[in-house]
Design a protein around this ligand. Structure first.
Ligand code: ADP
Length: 448
């Protein structure tokens, strides 16, 4: 096992990694920007190193400063968390050339799966269902129109290097496709310095279902079942749950084994998530993409499987074999996570940075809170607005929803506006309670 690791991240995920490391007897060195200098979690690490001023591109995305911090602190490995550099294969490559273990998959696996066109080709080869669409990159308008007519409108143009919903355009006819192709390419070039785009069938009324996978460096890959993240707004997940309420065991087994098969084919180790869209009517699922990192919503999977995903990541990065086999993993009960953001959802989700005078968190049976905030903490304006994750776990979905309502009521945050009232409303909605939602449900409900 490592004796010391560096955490190249901030906020609740940095705290989550500090906790996992400490339980494994590993020292943690947290990096922080000047904006996070007084954040309470920074003091919990064994050591903290400032890596720059508040803007992320000068601190949390500054590879040279992070590597310098790792060398000064003499660590053996770096955990990138999620966001920032977590899916940057160049960063993983720099770590490798400096003899620092990157706590994540290999550079090659990241590249193989990070490019969506390559990932889709690998999926097709291994009989993982993908959307009908172009076999690879689209070269010109004529080709795009030909494919769109073959698969039928609506179609979606997507960037091979895409992320965060950028470089995507839905088209319902030839004219919209022509303009969508141009704008998607321009957006992708600006955002990812890679204008490669492809086309696939656009599925209306889909659910977002994703499979958690973990692998070791010995070649073992195990799935930890699926999460349903259909409750989203503008591609940002709001509520996640496990298991998915819309599938039976037969579909579940097909879905989860397809995900594990894809990761095995990519020689994947560490934690990863294979994302799919599910057609609720036919129960057919189609690959979206693979996220080569730990996800925000990993705690719902931890709740129903009992596996500590972050500890597993650290162990396999140190060369240990997975301590469980597929047959050891069983689903126990149901879990839901609400992402609590410092946003005013009544004013178009405007971020609410500022000081938290009151911050009282819920507790009791089956309640887990992941947060780096406390009373007196000042939410900096520089980063994303998630201030807490509230997770509840109970025997079945109904009891988990009731428990979530109970816990949300206990949360007492002021004077900052949060998304708690929105969560209360969503959890009360009869369509959500019946499990009858799709990825545009929240936007329709909010009239957006
Ligand atoms: P990104 O990496 O930018 O997040 P994804 O491929 O994960 O891109 O897609 C993001 C979102 O876009 C999905 O969650 C879904 O809402 C929508 N989407 C992507 N592809 C399709 C599709 N073929 N049909 C319907 N919606 C899609």
């Amino acid at each position: 096992m490592f004796s010391r690791i560096l955490i190249a991240n901030r906020g609740e995920i940095a705290l989550r990694i500090i906790r996992a490391a400490r339980e494994l007897g590993v020292q943690s060195v947290v990096t922080y920007s000047a904006a996070d200098k007084d954040a309470p979690y920074v003091k919990l690490a064994d050591r903290a190193v400032c890596i720059g001023p508040p803007p992320a591109n000068q601190s949390y995305l500054n590879i040279a400063n992070i590597i310098a911090a790792a060398e000064i602190a003499d660590v053996e490995a770096i955990h990138p968390g999620y966001g920032f550099l977590a899916e940057n294969s160049h960063f993983a490559e720099v770590c490798r050339s400096c003899n620092i273990e990157f706590i994540g998959p290999s550079v090659e696996a990241m590249q193989r799966l990070g490019d969506k066109v390559q990932c889709k080709q690998l999926a097709v080869k291994h009989k993982v269902p993908t959307f009908p669409g172009s076999k690879g990159a689209i070269e010109n308008e004529k080709e795009a129109i030909k494919i769109a007519r073959e698969i039928g409108y609506p179609v979606i143009v997507k960037a091979a290097a895409g992320g965060g919903g950028r470089g995507m355009r839905v088209a319902h006819n030839d004219i919209a496709l022509q303009s969508g192709l141009k704008s998607a390419k321009t957006e992708a070039e600006a955002a990812f310095a890679n204008g490669t785009v492809y086309i696939e069938k656009f599925l209306e009324r889909a659910r977002h279902v994703e499979v958690q996978v973990v692998g070791d460096q010995q070649g073992n890959v195990v799935h930890l079942y699926e999460r349903d993240c259909t409750m989203q707004r503008r591609h940002q997940k709001l509520i996640e749950e496990a298991p998915c309420p819309a599938i039976d065991d037969e579909v579940r087994n097909k879905l989860c084994s397809a995900a594990a098969r894809l990761c095995k084919a990519a020689k994947y180790h560490s934690a990863g998530t294979v994302e799919f869209l599910l057609d609720d009517k036919t129960k057919k699922f189609y690959l979206l993409e693979v996220n080569t990192r730990v996800q925000v919503e990993h705690p719902v999977t931890e709740a129903i499987t009992g596996v500590d995903i972050v500890k597993t990541q650290i162990k396999v990065a140190a060369g240990e074999e997975l301590p469980f086999k597929q047959s050891d993993i069983k689903i126990k009960g149901h879990a839901i996570e609400c992402r609590i953001n410092a946003e005013d959802h009544t004013r178009n989700f405007a971020p609410q940075p500022g000081k938290l005078d009151q911050f009282i968190v819920p507790g009791g049976p089956g309640v887990r809170v992941e947060t780096h905030c406390a009373a007196g903490y000042k939410i900096p304006p520089n980063y994303d607005s998630m201030i807490a994750k509230l997770i509840t776990h109970a025997e079945d979905r109904e009891q988990t929803i009731n428990r979530m309502q109970r816990a949300l009521r206990e949360f007492d945050i002021s004077p900052i506006a949060t998304t708690i009232p929105l969560h209360q409303r969503l959890l009360n909605n009869s369509r959500f309670v019946r499990g009858n939602v799709d990825i545009n449900f929240v936007e329709r409900l909010l009239g957006q």
